[in-house]
Write a protein that binds this ligand. Structure first.
Ligand SMILES: Nc1ncnc2c1ncn2[C@@H]1O[C@H](COP(=O)(O)OP(=O)(O)OP(=O)(O)O)[C@@H](O)[C@H]1O
Length: 266
């Protein structure tokens, strides 16, 4: 598999009231085309900072990021982001919210009818075609996230960046959305970068899990390959000893290695 994103020696400093704060310190890794890579780490370690850099929403203090052989110097439709809080415009319908992205990306390249069909197609992908003309206030939290994912997919991104997209949802809705993302990924072969705090979610969805060290000066701790066959079923995995072994390795990193490291530095 070829690399679609390369993160090379990236550091990120923030200027705060109490002085300079080094959030990320010389982070390097590559994201392979078509893979699902999860970023996991303790709260405040720098996961969103890293995702924002890949999205091009911020620029690194040093180092560089490359997407498809081009330096990332700002946001672009080939890297679509979905945040924890859907961020749909409340006065627009689901169709109109997706249309905003489609109009922006396919201006001049799709006819009006093609755009309408493409909007419906993407809402169908996330099973939300029934709510085309509803406003965000008329649908549930899980449904809003689905529409947010449809809006991102409608941009035909090469990479889908998901910043804790299921964090605010109840366990059952979360499970349905995780299944939807896995199904869509299998269908479209989109590259996905997912921030999560949930070890089970990381193992279920990912091809690799990137475990970050605690901040400040966070960096890549370990990268774990999740070599479980696809399609994956949460029910079948519950009895799979290898699944439990992989889960255990992440827990060990987060709750034993990282705590030890933090104490060593204390
Ligand atoms: N704009 C900023 N200015 C100053 N400090 C910042 C800024 N953005 C992030 N930080 C700091 O950088 C560190 C990493 O923050 P970030 O939000 O990336 O962590 P995170 O791993 O995504 O956290 P969480 O899991 O709680 O969402 C934190 O200590 C945070 O306070």
């Amino acid at each position: 598999m070829r690399n679609i994103i390369q993160v090379e020696q990236v550091s990120q400093r923030f200027t705060t009231a109490s002085g300079d704060f080094l959030a990320l310190d010389r982070v390097s890794f590559a994201i392979r085309e078509g893979e699902t890579l999860s970023l996991i780490g303790h709260s405040g370690c720098g996961k969103s900072t890293l995702l924002n850099l890949i999205a091009g929403l911020t620029l690194p203090s040093s180092g560089g990021l490359i997407c498809d052989q081009r330096e990332i110097s700002g946001p672009g439709p080939e890297r679509a982001v979905v945040f924890q809080n859907h961020s749909l415009l409340p006065w627009l319908t689901c169709r109109e919210n997706v249309a905003l992205a489609v109009d922006q990306v396919f201006k001049g390249t799709m006819s009006k009818a093609e755009k309408q069909a493409w909007i419906v197609h993407n809402l169908e992908l996330v099973q939300m075609a029934h709510a085309l003309d509803k406003r965000p206030g008329e649908i549930s939290g899980g449904m809003k996230q689905r529409v947010g994912i449809a809006r991102a997919l409608a941009m035909k991104p090469r990479v889908l960046l998901l910043d804790e997209p299921f964090g605010a949802l109840d366990a059952l809705t979360r499970a349905h959305l995780q299944d939807a993302v896995m199904r869509i990924q299998q269908k479209l072969n989109t590259t996905i970068v997912l921030i999560t705090h949930d070890v089970d979610e990381a193992v279920l969805l990912s091809d690799r899990v990137l475990m970050m060290t605690n901040g400040p000066a966070a960096t890549v701790g370990e990268i774990l390959a999740i070599d479980l066959p696809r399609p994956r079923s949460r029910v079948a995995l519950a009895d799979n000893p290898h699944y439990h072994h992989l889960r255990q390795q992440i827990l060990h990193f987060l709750y034993e290695k990282q705590i030890v490291t933090a104490q060593e530095h204390a």
